[in-house]
Design a protein around this ligand. Structure first.
Ligand SMILES: O=C(O)c1cc(=O)[nH]c(=O)n1[C@@H]1O[C@H](COP(=O)(O)O)[C@@H](O)[C@H]1O
Length: 274
């Protein structure tokens, strides 16, 4: 999916919600455990119940890889089940020497046909560029993350600026607003979110941290939207585990709907004409 298609999708659906399928066998309703592929059965029900409310699904590969081959099969069934026209993210946080990064990129862009993959930029330019060379595919580079440990490296000063600022600036010279997004955690200070948007005016941000981690949809929307919305706001646990009974998918829908309704307001406030 290219940038214009993503922007159009956000306008059509009045949503910039990305639902995280962080599906854990130990957290899904018990009645699903008798299904041949309980993880897929859960995801299928969540997708059926929420696909009109979101523009994207993010599959965090950790929740699938931990189950070996069965997990990869659940991942494949899930990504193939997501309706075409929705933006699919493999949250794999990869990045290695160039020829290895190319193999990671092929895994997620070609074998599993995701639109985007998350990339950890610690190894530098040649670990990120291979992801950026795929046509109409997206690299989502970690910028300022949502976790407490973001202060260990990302918030360290280096030559008068924070390390995360250097990472964002370098990323902008490697990719373009058409193939590169940054992860910016919703748990960060609102003034910092506004500062980051100033530094990076055009790129989309993938924003985790709303919901279970306590980040505010209002704050990220007020401080970090750009002229194209420029945000994909992810929530995982607060949506997919909103309920735990037979009607868990309807509870997930209600949780997603609450965020999407708020998004309508913020889109209206930001763009009279969107
Ligand atoms: O890259 C990510 O998606 C990510 C980056 C970050 O800074 N913080 C963060 O929570 N994430 C991911 O976003 C999701 C957040 O999940 P919830 O806290 O359950 O909404 C998880 O899949 C995390 O791995």
């Amino acid at each position: 999916m290219n940038r214009q298609e993503l922007v159009n999708l956000i306008k059509e659906k009045q949503s910039y919600l990305c639902i995280g399928l962080d599906t854990d066998l130990h957290k899904i309703p018990r009645h699903l455990l008798s299904y041949p592929d309980p993880i897929f059965a859960f995801n299928k029900a969540i997708i059926d119940a929420t696909k009109d409310l979101c523009v994207s699904y993010k599959i965090n590969t950790a929740f699938y890889e931990c189950m070996g081959i069965r997990g990869w099969e659940s991942l494949q069934r899930t990504v193939e089940y997501i309706p075409s026209g929705l933006f699919t993210i493999a949250d794999a946080k990869r990045g290695d020497i160039g020829n290895t990064s190319t193999q990671y990129a092929k895994t997620f862009f070609e074998t599993y046909k995701f639109d985007a993959v998350t990339v950890a930029p610690y190894m530098g330019r040649d670990s990120v560029l291979p992801f950026l060379s795929f046509h109409e595919k997206w690299t989502i580079m970690l910028g300022l993350t949502s976790n407490e440990g973001n202060s260990d490296f990302q918030m360290q000063q280096m030559g008068g600026e924070y390390l995360y600022e250097k990472v964002l600036k370098a990323g902008m010279t490697w990719g373009t607003p058409d193939n590169l997004m940054f992860v910016i955690g919703a748990t960060n200070d609102p003034a910092q979110l506004a500062h980051i948007r100033k530094l990076v005016p055009d790129h989309f941000f993938l924003v985790p941290g709303v919901g279970a981690q306590g980040g505010s949809l209002q704050e990220i929307s007020a401080n970090a939207m750009n002229k194209d919305c420029g945000l994909l706001v992810n929530a995982s646990r607060s949506i997919i585990y909103a309920g735990n009974g037979e009607d868990f998918a309807q509870d997930a829908r209600a949780a997603a709907q609450e965020l999407q309704r708020e998004m309508v307001e913020y889109l209206e406030a930001a763009f009279a004409d969107i």
